[in-house]
Write a new protein. Structure first.
Length: 198
């Protein structure tokens, strides 16, 4: 196994910060070039007029998943060394719902709001300020929320464990799901574009 580089001590903290900075800049640049720094483009997702966000996200998920599976299969990547956020089921469901509502109302997710604010968009700046304010409020109220915050603990839970299937089979089903979503997205886009033009 030759990766992940950081976990195998092939470079230290300072080098990892440099790599993280470069990757972050490249990621933000790519999001902006794809139009994801515009709340209008992102909001069109919820009107089924422009499903680019769904297509890009599923493409990223499938590409990463296939890459990890194959690199692990050929003994280049040690999957057991990849950090996974532990699952706290109920607070993560509530957090996902809050973020989803914020996405619909504000037109941004946390990453795209940073891209928008970096390019000087006023709505993106206000979105980031709102997110930081929410983080501050959560921190202040954490003693009251701590009990709920730690509920539904499932450790490093994976779909493969939950479904009791091999990574390859789960990957195959995820690819099928992505293809179905792409097909459905095209149908929705065509349907709602016709309505707009009528």
């Amino acid at each position: 196994m030759s990766t992940p580089f950081y976990q195998l001590d092939l470079f230290g903290d300072q080098t990892s910060y440099i790599y993280a900075f470069i990757i972050g800049i490249a990621f933000g640049f790519t999001l902006e070039r794809a139009g994801f720094g515009s709340s209008k483009k992102l909001a069109m997702q919820f009107y089924f007029r422009d499903m680019t966000v769904l297509k890009v996200m599923f493409t990223a998920i499938v590409t990463t998943m296939v890459g990890i599976l194959y690199l692990n299969l050929v003994d280049i990547l040690d999957f057991s060394l990849i950090y996974l956020n532990p699952t706290y089921l109920w607070p993560q469901i509530v957090g996902g719902l809050i973020m989803g509502v914020g996405f619909v109302v504000g037109g941004y997710c946390p990453g795209t709001s940073l891209v928008a604010s970096a390019t000087g968009k006023i709505d993106g700046i206000f979105y980031v300020i709102g997110a930081l304010f929410g983080i501050f409020i959560f921190g202040e109220l954490y003693p009251l929320l701590q009990g709920f915050h730690n509920t539904g603990f499932m450790g490093d839970s994976l779909l493969t464990d939950w479904l009791d299937l091999s990574p390859g089979i789960v990957g195959f089903f995820v690819i099928l799901m992505a293809l179905g979503m792409f097909f459905g997205a095209e149908i929705l886009e065509n349907k709602f574009r016709v309505k707009d033009g009528a």
